[in-house]
Design a protein around this ligand. Structure first.
Ligand SMILES: Cc1cc2nc3c(=O)[nH]c(=O)nc-3n(C[C@H](O)[C@H](O)[C@H](O)COP(=O)(O)OP(=O)(O)OC[C@H]3O[C@@H](n4cnc5c(N)ncnc54)[C@H](O)[C@@H]3O)c2cc1C
Length: 331
């Protein structure tokens, strides 16, 4: 049966829900922002798919859901009219000699995920994986199951494909889901932090990231630096771009990045690879990760409203599985 379905919020989960639902239903999208959705956390994100590394911070069931989601991404991207960069070449985790205790602590806190294990690396192994880091680190850990996608390309390509499928768009519409309950069979609430008035336990967790361009650095996979004060990741994107992040601050302030955060991120990235000294700063962005108090995502069904929210720092990691769960509630 084909339904009239409203998807409210055209960020990460809204795009995935619209892609899935528009295969069988009439979908109308409502988004408070414009077509760029610059205020969406998913637009700012590094879009790393890191179930093992994140298992240090989340429960095992979520990390396992992350593995399931990774397996869904290639099928999702294959539906799109334009190619979107996706890779699953693992993550390299390194630490400077004086911080090897942080690396050891991280390794000890990794949770077992089926047959996916971390591999201890010597300096020579690190050079084999990332030749440009040769001689810089004596110890590291390799997380082979991890991946990443190009989120900016995904935002563009998903919009283009949905337009081609005839999905209707309403931008600049700040929607309260109740106002759509009469006119649609189902409403999928994908408002992220914008749903705070309806879900009072939702909070924003501020994150700042810096996008750099440098042809002088050739890292092929995400690199995480264990550091006692400012742990860092570097996520390579196409065209010699790198997303460096991210701060994690308990604040709902979505204002521009601070000097302190910028100094910390840029100082740390330079200690990983001195080629970053000549990198161009494309932008410094801030986003608010929507999170509940337990930092676990929720799919809720009330009347004809299905909400997907609280994806916190695991939006790309978990959204494909959560959206599939939400869509399965439509009978
Ligand atoms: C700095 C940073 C780095 C991150 N890195 C990663 C990472 O590497 N890997 C990972 O898995 N996750 C990462 N995340 C997390 C991920 O981005 C979020 O979990 C995810 O974007 C949440 O998706 P969402 O669709 O719920 O919300 P959003 O992506 O924020 O989208 C919500 C959309 O709803 C719209 N909206 C809000 N209110 C209304 C309304 N009333 N009416 C209509 N529209 C409305 C907003 O304008 C927005 O477009 C990161 C986040 C940040 C901030």
């Amino acid at each position: 049966m084909s339904y009239n379905i409203a998807v409210v919020g055209f960020g990460l989960t809204g795009r995935l829900a619209a892609l899935e639902l528009s295969l069988a239903h009439n979908v109308t999208v409502y988004e408070a922002d414009d077509a760029q959705a610059l205020s969406s956390a998913g637009r700012v994100a590094a879009a790393m798919l890191a179930p093992l590394a994140e298992s240090v911070l989340c429960e095992q069931d979520l990390a396992l859901m992350g593995l399931d989601s990774i397996s869904r991404w290639p099928g999702i991207l294959a539906q799109l009219d334009d190619t979107v960069f996706f890779q699953q070449q693992g993550t390299l985790v390194v630490a400077h000699q004086q911080d090897r205790g942080d690396l050891q602590s991280f390794t000890e806190r990794l949770k077992p995920l089926a047959n996916h294990h971390a591999q201890q690396l010597s300096g020579a192994h690190i050079s084999e994986l990332e030749p440009e880091l040769s001689g810089r680190f004596n110890q590291g850990v390799y997380l082979p199951c991890e991946g990443q996608i190009d989120n900016q390309a995904f935002y563009q390509a998903s919009f283009k494909t949905l337009k081609a499928r005839g999905v209707k768009f309403n931008f600049g519409e700040n929607i309260n889901c109740q106002q759509l309950q009469q006119s649609h069979d189902y409403i999928i609430d994908c408002r992220g932090l914008g749903a705070k008035s309806a879900q009072c336990k939702l909070r924003g967790v501020r994150g700042e990231v810096i996008r750099l361009h440098t042809p002088e650095v050739n890292l092929t996979r995400p690199v995480r630096l264990m550091h006692p004060r400012y742990p860092l990741y570097i996520a390579p994107k196409p065209n010699h771009e790198y997303v460096v992040g991210a701060t994690e601050i308990e604040s709902q302030d979505n204002g521009p990045a601070t000097v302190r955060s910028t100094l910390e991120l840029l100082s740390a990235v330079y200690t990983v690879h001195s080629g970053f000294a000549e990198a161009r700063i494309i932008n410094i962005q801030t986003g608010l990760r929507p999170a509940f108090s337990d930092n676990r995502p929720q799919v809720k069904h009330q009347g004809n409203v299905i909400s997907i929210n609280g994806l916190y720092r695991h939006g790309y990691l978990l959204a494909p599985s959560l959206v599939a769960e939400a869509v399965s509630l439509i009978k």
